[in-house]
Ligand binder design. Structure first.
Ligand code: ZN
Length: 264
C-alpha cells in the first residue's frame, strides 16, 4: 500500500535501543535512506544481509564501529570510502540500551494518529483522481467499465501485456500492423480508428472531430455545440465506438492467431 507515493512502511522509522531487533541494512533507522541503498558496495560484501544493528557493530572504547561480517573484506577505494562514512556515522550516535522501537515519522513528525493516516489516504486518493472518465447512464455497464479501464491503461493491449512480463510474439497493432499497440494507438492514432472516427463524424453531422490522445478523446464531447443532451449523446457514441474498435481488434487478433495456429 502506498501513501503520498511512498510505501506505508516508509512512515515508520526505527529508534534503536539495544539494536537487537532492528535490521542494520534493511530497516530505516537513521536518515531517510536504507543503508543497503546508501552504501551499496558495502552491502554487496555483507555476509548476513538481514543482520541486526547489534550484529553489525562493535565497540571501540566509547565509539561504535562496523564489526567483521564480510564475505570479502572491503578493499577498493569506493568500498573503504563507504566504510569510513559508516564508521563516521556510527561515531556520532548513542544507543540508549532499552528495546528497539518503531516510531511514526511523517516529515519529521512523531505524532501518529488514525485520523492523521486517514487524512493522508484521503489526500492521496484525491490527488490520484485525475481521471476524465464520467459514467454514462444510457449505455451498457460493460461499455462504461471498458472505457474506465482504457482511460487508466488497464486493458490488455500488446504493450500492456509486455509490461506485465507476458511473453508475446509482437507488440505491433493487429489492426494496422504498423505501430506498437497501446490505448492511445488503438483508439486514437491507429489508421483503422481514424477511418472509424471519420465515419462517425459524417454520421453525426459534426463539423470537426480531432483529438491527439485518450484525454482529448474523452474531452471531445465538451466542444460539441448544442444542448446538454447532445453532449451526452455524443459522449455515449464515443464510448460505444471505442468498445466496437476494441471488439474489432480482438476479432482480428483471434483470426490472425487461428490462421497461424492452422499453419503450424
Ligand atoms: Zn493500429
Amino acid at each position: 500500500m502506498q501513501i503520498g507515493g511512498k510505501q506505508v512502511e516508509w512512515y515508520f522509522k526505527g529508534k534503536p535501543g539495544d539494536g537487537v531487533y532492528l535490521r542494520f541494512w534493511k530497516d530505516r533507522w537513521l536518515g531517510d535512506t536504507l543503508f543497503k541503498d546508501r552504501w551499496p558496495r558495502l552491502y554487496s560484501l555483507e555476509s548476513n544481509k538481514n543482520c541486526s544493528i547489534s550484529d553489525r557493530i562493535s565497540h571501540s572504547g566509547t565509539a561504535f564501529l562496523l564489526g567483521p561480517g564480510w564475505n570479502v573484506w572491503p578493499s577498493t577505494v569506493e568500498e573503504i570510502s563507504e566504510m569510513n562514512d559508516v564508521n563516521y556515522m556510527l561515531n556520532n550516535i548513542r544507543f540508549v540500551g532499552s528495546k528497539d522501537v518503531w516510531k511514526w515519522d511523517e516529515e519529521g513528525s512523531n505524532h501518529f494518529s488514525v485520523a492523521n493516516v486517514k487524512r493522508m489516504i484521503r489526500l492521496d486518493r484525491n490527488n490520484n483522481m485525475t481521471h476524465l472518465f464520467k459514467w454514462e447512464s444510457w449505455i451498457p455497464l460493460k461499455i462504461n467499465i471498458h472505457l474506465w479501464r482504457a482511460e487508466m491503461g488497464r486493458i490488455p493491449t500488446r504493450l500492456a501485456l509486455q509490461r506485465r512480463q507476458i511473453v508475446i510474439s509482437s507488440t505491433i497493432c493487429v489492426l494496422c500492423d504498423v505501430n506498437d499497440e497501446d490505448c492511445n494507438h488503438i483508439f486514437v492514432h491507429c489508421g483503422f480508428a481514424f477511418g472509424v472516427w471519420s465515419i462517425i463524424r459524417r454520421w453525426c453531422k459534426l463539423d470537426y472531430v480531432s483529438f491527439d490522445d485518450m484525454e482529448g478523446l474523452l474531452k471531445f464531447y465538451k466542444y460539441i455545440q448544442g444542448p446538454k443532451w447532445a453532449k451526452k449523446l455524443i459522449r455515449g457514441i464515443v464510448m460505444t465506438t471505442c468498445w466496437a474498435i476494441w471488439n474489432a481488434r480482438n476479432k482480428r487478433f483471434l483470426t490472425t492467431f487461428l490462421l497461424k495456429f492452422k499453419r503450424c
